[in-house]
Ligand binder design. Structure first.
Ligand code: DX5
Ligand code: ZN
Length: 232
């Protein structure tokens, strides 16, 4: 049976109370904290940097002290220097867009050398070709189901077909290597469509506005889990 993970994106949280927001969403059942980094260069928006990651890191744990991974999604160009800064700031997973790095293999290696899991992110119109060539250095594949840059956009249905393609490839890779690579989908996910995303093969689900736009985070996460339970 698949282990499903829900990764609330703090992009839609109240930034004036970020620590409390992270704590609340973890209390409500978050499995990862998804941290969106935008640079007004690779994407037309500007968010937060390593200082803020470092500030929220102490909140990334359950009440019993179990750590909750800080899942950093870099929408920045260039990637390498910032990736290293986020590793120092406490990121557990660092994902980047291959178009934003001159040397994708080197960037993946550098993230791993810094002690983090490395992820590759594919925009709606980006080809998956590069994945084949660097699979052994990838710990997570992130499929964008919106164009990166903003929360609250609508899910692009074509992302389901792409997710299914990656699922097939990751299953074949696991059979051959024994290594598990996470398959995360990001953008426009809510309780109404999460089951379709899981059925396509995703195991990790980013949701920003669907969770933080609701008063009761637990109610949303529970509703998402109830939908996921019907898939597995
Ligand atoms: C978009 C970000 C997403 C975004 C998701 O560029 O990468 O993580 O915050 O937000 P929702 O769930 O509102 O689409
Ligand atoms: Zn994201």
């Amino acid at each position: 049976m698949t282990t499903y993970r829900i990764a609330p994106s703090i992009l839609s949280a109240d930034f004036a109370r970020l620590g409390d927001e992270v704590r609340s969403v973890i209390d409500a059942g978050a499995d990862f904290i998804h941290f969106d980094v935008m640079d007004n260069h690779y994407v037309p928006n500007l968010t937060v940097g390593p200082l803020v990651a470092q500030a929220v890191k102490p909140y990334c744990k359950r009440s019993d002290g179990t750590p909750v991974p800080l899942d950093v999604h870099l929408m920045v160009e260039p990637v390498d220097a910032l990736a290293q800064m986020f590793a120092k700031a406490g990121a557990d997973i660092i994902s980047f867009h291959p178009e934003a790095s001159r040397h994708v293999d080197r960037t993946l290696q550098l993230i791993r050398d810094a002690g983090c899991r490395a992820g590759l992110v594919f925009n709606p119109a980006s080809s998956l070709d590069v994945l084949e060539l660097v699979m052994d250095k990838v710990d997570l594949v992130l499929i964008m189901s919106v164009n990166p840059g903003f929360g609250g956009q609508s899910f692009i249905p074509e992302a389901l077909r792409k997710t299914a393609m990656v699922r097939q490839r990751l299953d074949a890779y696991r059979a051959q290597s024994g290594r598990e690579v996470l398959l995360e989908v990001d953008g426009g996910i809510k309780a109404e469509n999460i089951a379709a995303v899981a059925a396509a093969g995703a195991d990790t689900f980013v949701a920003g506005s669907a969770i933080f736009g609701h008063k009761d985070y637990r109610a949303v996460i529970d509703a998402m889990r109830a939908e996921l339970a019907r898939v597995a």
